[in-house]
Design a protein around this ligand. Sequence first.
Ligand code: OVM
Length: 399
Amino acid sequence: MNETAAIAELDIDPYSSENLIDPYPMHERLREAGPVVRLTPYPGVVACARHEQVHAVFNDHATFISGAGVGLTNFNLEKPFRPKSLILEADPPLHTQTRAVLSRILSPKAVMQIRATFTAEAEALLDRCVDKGTICGIHDLAQLYPLKVFPDAVGVEEDGRENLLVYGDMVFNSMGPRNELLARATQRVEAVTGWIMEHCRREHLRPGGFGDQIWQAADAGEITHEQAPMLVRSFLSAGVDTTINGIGNVLYALAHHPEQYAKLHADPTLARPAFEEGLRWESTAQTFYRTAARDCEIAGVPLAANTKVLCMLAAANRDPRKWPNPDRYDIERRPSGHVAFGAGIHGCVGQAVARLEGEVVLTALAKRVKRIEVAGPHTRRLNNTLRALDTLPLRLIPA
Ligand code: OVM
């Protein structure tokens, strides 16, 4: 029999304002305390902050399941705020079926087909930003871009798209505790849930778009017609707030590392690795949970069935056991193995689209802008799961 190890316990609340504003000191304490750590304020929860364990948990989907929710709430014990996602909050065999459909719709071939349009939109938007000179990196760039290209690709009408921001904020807050952030998001979402569900219906989706392709998969018998709107809902839940903040965070990284931006400007083909390193350095989705399906162990530490395992992606992505100089943003690092998109069977199904968006925005930026200057203090939008900025004043010095 394996030896069992004692488990460390820390009085840390990952959802305190202090830790949401600056999570990095907390990440270090959790990584150093052990491979798996109990959190005093959350009984029944353990956290993994090291890369090795986060990766291992994600790659053992039979032991560490998603069907009981990938937030703090255990859906075996408490009702979810909305009907469960058929892909995010599902396990095989259901997950296998739904994933196959989304995976085909978002395949490398599909991404090739949207590339020209996504590039043209990025260039048009960056032209406007450079004309302005001083911009809010979030409102004028990071939000506008995904909010235009992704709903266009899904086939959602222009009117009311700002509802997607309110909805995404709720979805990602719902994975945390019942704190003030969740209470406020719950209030705000009430006005938009109807719009979201309405826009999952076939008659609201442009023929041929990603959304309509889900309905076509239902016609083909790959999924049921009852499942189709729920899978469109996944696009609308996961496709906008994530890329907005991925782009916002990388703009922040570049603005605060002028020597890295200089390299990107000198060689715009570094756009893709610069975005990738941004995801490692400041992971958009900071955390996801799994639930122990049975009594099990992590790194020799025994865990009871139904234990919620908090996987700290952002901490794993700066684990010094994995990365040399982990706190350094270095666009030449090539950070393969980062877990900003998760890993294993639930690894982000839209990652090729996310990477395309990051790449074309940074390419268009690099070609037009010689230098980025911080034009004032930034502000954060606190969210229980997302690393998000509210404002990011930037001065773009044209090439
Ligand atoms: C979904 C969903 C929602 C949020 C995130 C996500 C990261 C998926 O509704 O399927 O993946």
